[in-house]
Design a protein around this ligand. Structure first.
Ligand code: SF4
Length: 180
């Protein structure tokens, strides 16, 4: 049996019998290894996510094996596939229902930019209606790329200040998307 690999300790000070760090770092570490994804999958990229969930790629290595189809119990919105303009309000509603802190990954060309579907009916990137934290390129991206996107979010969660969501800058970002 392979030894269990432990997550690295956050930056801090250690000595005989003690380790001290900041609250931000501890919360960030806990959040980053317990991201619960909401797979908003509409087409082929969703199949790649199924592979990412499977035994070979095993997303549970990152603490994210618990997909949620209830927005209030998810903090990582993975948008995978072509988003028709008619679907836009639904996607936005899902995002609004998620509790803070929440992160969004646009998985694949369609979610990032509309992909090959430069047509009247397809949203040319989900960042037209909700803010996106990470873009994963590819049509479709391989599971390794989806995991890389997840690791980017982990990095953001680990380094995010606890005050960021209350900052003026963040409020302005939400206001620019007409989100209260
Ligand atoms: S990016 Fe490519 S693989 Fe992904 S949903 Fe669009 S067409 Fe399908």
């Amino acid at each position: 049996m392979k030894p269990v690999k432990m997550a690295e300790a956050p930056a801090g000070h250690s000595g005989a019998g003690f380790f001290a760090t900041s609250f931000d770092q501890v919360i960030g570490l806990a959040r980053s290894y317990s991201l619960w994804p909401l797979p908003f999958a509409t087409s082929c990229c969703g199949i790649e996510f199924m592979a990412t969930m499977g035994a070979h790629y095993d997303i549970s290595r990152f603490g994210s094996e618990r997909p949620s189809f209830s927005p209030r119990q998810a903090d990582l919105l993975l948008v995978m596939g072509t988003i028709a303009k008619k679907m836009g309000p639904v996607l936005k509603q899902v995002y609004i229902q998620m509790a803070e802190p929440r992160w969004v990954v646009a998985v694949g060309a369609c979610a990032s930019s509309g992909g090959i579907f430069d047509t009247y009916s397809v949203l040319q990137g989900i960042d037209r209606i909700i803010p996106v934290d990470v873009y994963v390129p590819g049509c479709p991206p391989r599971p390794e790329q989806i995991l890389e996107g997840l690791m980017q979010v982990q990095h953001m969660a680990q380094n995010e200040s606890l005050r960021r969501r209350n900052s003026e800058e963040y409020q302005e970002l939400m206001a620019s998307y007409n989100i209260q």
